[in-house]
Design a protein around this ligand. Structure first.
Ligand code: ADP
Ligand code: MG
Length: 486
């Protein structure tokens, strides 16, 4: 039987506010346990929350960024459950009246096709603390520790409609969402620190069937790679199960990215009744038109608009434009390189080639690249004006990367890499190569005309070698032809 996969995602995005959603405690990552938790975050008796207006603004910007309705009256509710890292005994979240209503995120797939994924809604909530179990807690054994630094960190939870049909679409969606929130500057996008966490709801149904199958939810995937692997594994598990006569049960599952193992966490029967009710300590959030207009005016250029502009202004391919507009830092670097070099195509090639290879190999973010956009632009200028060949340019890039010089011109000067364009010098070199390879010259002249263009490559190679790559390849080609054919 043929099966179709149905996927809906729920994504927790940590908002990049300085302080927590209901308290003045700092949100910075990596502080010593419980040094960034105040009375509110500890849930001490008598505490009263105060809403962080910046978190509200960021949620509104997200809504504007996905063409969503903003709910001008939205309400915080209490979701009641017990867990040691939730000292208040409830999470403050939104249910009936979330801040962001229906919207959409559009994705581009590898075959160039596009698809719009509907967003059901997005709501504001607070994060819980962290339980540190044996081994990870001060080296103590048989004990667990609670770190409440993360308690009260502002989150938006984004819920998609079940519009996604396979792992590739899920990853494209996740990357697009990452691009949207980092462009808006509402999230630092650092997935390794948990700034974006994905829950994937997966079901399968026979191809052609209208009704959805029973879904499972795999929680807390914090990399695109893990998400893809978890989906592929769960789809296979469900199909195998059904084909063997079993049925999928609705359950919450865990996936361990390091071991690639998945297991059930709890079934629907064990699910909590959260007894939601509007939080009596917090007034409804009322968003007036002037606030909305002010935030609209602050909106940056969104990735889709940026991509369209890159295609129109710089004549980039759809593929190149997609990659270069995907995150703000890459887009900024690209535009600065174009300004410095005046050549968009070469800038695109170098950024997606040599630069990104070096950044990946060394796990360095583009914003921290040792070769700045100005440096790369200066290098590209020298390729364009024929001072150096593309091949020598890679050598120059390497020296810039190592930090030995701070401009391409300084490297070219210091290492004597300037391209040889002096006709006399090139002719002398060619004469020597031809004299040293008399047999090949004879073969060449004896060959049919249409075979010759292939054979000339040998002589070009010898000349480039003799000049240590510095001879102008175009001139070498031209003079060689004259001498051999003429
Ligand atoms: P609940 O009310 O139990 O939270 P929702 O209807 O809000 O469930 O859906 C939660 C998430 O699961 C959404 O992202 C939704 O798109 C997705 N989802 C719902 N039904 C299915 C299904 N049959 N298969 C895959 N995903 C689904
Ligand atoms: Mg729901």
């Amino acid at each position: 039987m043929q099966w179709e996969t149905v996927i809906g995602l729920e994504i927790h995005v940590q908002l990049a506010t300085n302080t927590k959603i209901f308290s003045g405690a700092a949100t910075a990552f990596g502080a010593a346990p419980n040094t960034q938790a105040c009375a509110v975050d500890l849930g001490l008796p008598g505490i009263l929350p105060v809403v962080n207006e910046e978190a509200i603004n960021m949620a509104i910007k997200f809504g504007l960024g996905i063409d969503a309705e903003i709910n001008k009256v939205n309400v915080f509710e209490r979701k009641n459950y017990f867990y040691p890292d939730l000292p208040k005994g409830y999470q403050t979240t939104q249910l009936e009246k979330p801040i962001v209503g229906a919207g959409h995120v559009d994705i581009t797939l590898a075959d160039g096709s596009t698809k719009s994924i509907r967003i059901h809604h997005a709501h504001l909530e607070e994060d819980a603390g962290k339980s540190l179990h044996e081994g990870s807690f001060n080296g103590e054994h048989g004990m667990s520790g609670i770190d409440l630094n993360r308690a009260g960190t502002p989150l938006i939870e984004i819920v998609t409609e079940p519009d996604i049909r396979n792992a590739e679409e899920a990853v494209a969606f996740a990357k697009k969402l990452h691009s949207i929130v980092t462009t808006l500057g509402i999230c630092d996008g650092d997935m390794s620190q948990g700034s974006m966490r994905f829950d994937v709801n997966v079901s399968v149904r026979p191809t052609g069937q209208k009704a959805f199958g029973t879904r499972t939810e795999t929680k807390n995937l914090n990399s695109f790679k893990f998400m893809e692997a978890a989906i592929l594994k769960e789809v296979e598990r469900q199909i195998d199960l059904i084909e063997d006569g079993g049925t999928v049960i609705q359950e919450t599952r865990l996936y361990n990215g390091d071991t690639g193992e998945a297991r059930s966490m709890r079934s629907k029967e064990e699910a909590n009744d959260y007894r939601y009710f509007p939080c009596p300590d917090l007034l409804p959030i009322i968003i007036n038109d002037s606030r909305l207009e002010k935030l609209k005016a602050e909106m940056p250029e969104m990735p889709d608009a940026k991509k369209a502009r890159f295609i129109a202004d710089f004549d980039l391919s759809d593929y190149d434009a997609e990659i270069l507009s995907a995150d703000q830092a890459t887009a900024n670097y690209f535009e600065a390189t174009v300004r410095a070099s005046d050549d968009a195509k070469l800038s695109a090639n170098w950024i997606m080639g040599e630069l990104s290879r070096s950044l990946n190999q060394n796990s360095i973010a583009i914003s921290a690249s040792p070769v700045t956009a100005d440096m790369l632009g200066g290098l590209i200028k020298r390729i364009k004006d024929n001072t150096i060949s593309g091949k020598i340019a890679k050598e120059v890039f390497e020296v810039l990367w190592q930090g030995e010089c701070s401009t391409a011109d300084a490297v070219i000067e210091k290492k004597g890499l300037k391209q040889v364009t002096d006709t006399g010098a090139i002719e002398a070199m060619i004469n020597e190569v031809l004299a040293n390879n008399a047999q090949q010259v004879e073969n060449y002249r004896a060959a049919e005309k249409d075979k010759r263009s292939k054979m000339i490559g040998f002589f070009v190679g010898q000349c480039m070698k003799a000049s240590k790559g510095k001879a102008n390849p175009g001139m070498v080609n031209q003079i060689l032809k004259q001498k051999l054919d003429g």
